[in-house]
Design a protein around this ligand. Sequence first.
Ligand code: BGC
Length: 412
Amino acid sequence: MRRVALAAAAVTAAGWVQAGEVEVLHWWTSGGEAKAAAALKQQLQAQGHTWKDFAVAGGGGDNAMTVLKSRVVSGNPPAAAQIKGPSLQEWAAEGVLANIDDVAKANQWDSLLPKVVADVMKYKGSYIAVPVNVHRVNWLWINPEAFKKAGAKVPTNWDEFFAAAEALKKAGIIPVAHGGQNWQDFTTFESVALGVGGGDFYKKALVQLDDATIKGPTMTKVLETFRRIKGYTDKNAPGRDWNLATAMVIKGEAGMQLMGDWAKGEFLAAGKVPGKDFVCTHAPGTAQAFTFNVDSFAMFKLRDESKIKAQKDLAAAIMSPQFQEVFNLNKGSIPVRLNMDLSKFDDCAKLSAKDFVQTAKSGGLVPSIAHGMAVPSAAQGAMQDVVSQFWNDDRMTVQQAQERLARAAKTR
Ligand code: BGC
């Protein structure tokens, strides 16, 4: 009798008896992103569950968040949604997220995750989300062939960056590949803020949102530098998706792009080899810093037992070493799970992993604002709007931008 009961339980654990459907909202639709998302789908299907794809195109996830809100408001949330940083707390406070402490305890997440990350995944001490990876935002991607043609040198600071941009321009190559959404403008802006102002300035101005620092002389320099970059982008940038900008660097139409390491996913998906076909280097002046962007999935409260089972299996699968490896190899990020074997990862990822640990100790580890890691969503949105207006409207003075940015930072 006992043996029969045990066998039935084992079958259940393997997912045969309670196979369920899991609907996952995400915005991973570019070449590299889609490959990484497919790894998640395969992992879940291997457990006998059905994957219902809820992909909402649009880099940075702004479109996805709008669609998610309407689904949740109508009482029909997906099982899991790509939600990050402080937004997790905002969603949990609405009472719509599920407690997944049982999965976390059974799999020892507390000892497998950096504490700073685990804390973000918890609401009032309980896990409501599971992290996938660590993306680094302060990267500069370079086409070495284009640089060679232009006689340009890989820049380490902003003076060198503009020297390289000038050389590329003279050689008839678009110096900087850029796209046209607010989050892309802010991704560039925060790398400039970090490179020009340093880590302490970054934290004071963009994390603590200190009024005097936002209005101060360092921010003036940051905005001037930021505006100068625009002169090296092409006229078709407005409206362009980030991955199309990366494609310009891949093809050598453009020399460089300031973008997080999801761009590496695009180079890899195009069959390019790091160190040979493309170069990853720190955004100018940011070698001692690391802007982090952790992707995570929030789990929504569900009623159907088989769907809950599938949801919990998804959460457990995401943190498994197999998944962390294959997903991050495709995504361009590094595993969030500690003590992983990185032998299959390239030098960009290895550098990222080393710098993540080192900057955590030195204080150079800072959250990305553009990617929702630090600032409440209302203030983030308002600040992004100001930065993009400044980027797009040459009539706005630096001083006006500083005043508007300080006002936007107070949005609640
Ligand atoms: C996400 C990445 C994604 C990128 C572009 C970021 O906010 O964290 O996973 O690849 O947006 O879509």
